[in-house]
Design a protein around this ligand. Structure first.
Ligand SMILES: CC(C)(COP(=O)(O)OP(=O)(O)OC[C@H]1O[C@@H](n2cnc3c(N)ncnc32)[C@H](O)[C@@H]1OP(=O)(O)O)[C@@H](O)C(=O)NCCC(=O)NCCS
Length: 170
């Protein structure tokens, strides 16, 4: 079926590739006061268990996420949506993709740090079922602000099965 441009739910999620880097860097610098450099992205993505994901809308990179796989958790290191594409479900689609990778009783939670001043992101994660579980004092090198540690936990087998069904259906 042809894609309909006005369909806001039409988000395609795939692995990040080297060719995405200019778009990712542009989103990064439009999203953060202290953006990562290309070198920082590349160094991070060279690490074992560090993964890059992008979301495309109409074949344009609309958002990206960098995360690390640990034994019992997924740690989101960087995540942003292009300002023009915000509030259109792109961020939600990426987080739902991540949730679909969780496994009950194994890798069953997603963790991330959010700046205490970043209310938009706090509201977004809260809406998607994340909860603040701690405060990391003086977490950032660039500002004296604290970080909130936020966590999504795959609570029970039923929720896991629901996710698994969604994964097989997609
Ligand atoms: C946080 C961010 C990734 C959200 O992406 P997004 O694509 O705009 O989010 P979605 O459209 O999927 O939002 C899903 C829901 O989350 C909530 N939400 C999202 N942004 C919100 C905001 N600014 N204020 C209040 N609620 C918000 C809403 O309930 C929204 O649903 P609705 O639009 O139907 O009301 C995006 O705002 C962003 O890139 N911010 C700058 C970078 C950043 O802060 N990254 C996170 C670092 S930890």
């Amino acid at each position: 079926m042809p894609r309909i441009d006005s369909d806001k739910s039409c988000v395609h999620i795939r692995w990040m590739i080297r060719r995405d880097m200019p778009s990712v860097l542009a989103i990064e610098s439009n999203s953060f006061e202290f953006p990562w450099t290309e070198d920082e992205f590349i160094r991070c993505l060279r690490q074992r268990d560090c993964i890059g994901m992008v979301a495309e809308r109409n074949e344009e990179v609309a958002g990206f996420m960098i995360y690390e796989l640990h034994k019992t958790r997924i740690h989101v290191l960087s995540f942003a949506v292009r300002p023009e594409f915000r509030r259109e479900g792109v961020g939600k689609a990426m987080i739902e993709k991540l949730i679909s990778k969780l496994a009950y009783q194994r890798r069953n939670r997603i963790v991330l740090e959010v700046r205490e001043t970043n209310l938009d992101a706090q509201l977004f994660f809260r809406e998607l079922g994340f909860r603040a579980t701690g405060v990391l004092k003086g977490f950032y090198e660039d500002t004296p602000e604290d970080a909130f540690l936020m966590q999504f936990r795959q609570e029970n087998e039923q929720a896991f099965e629901l996710n698994a069904n969604q994964r097989f259906a997609s």
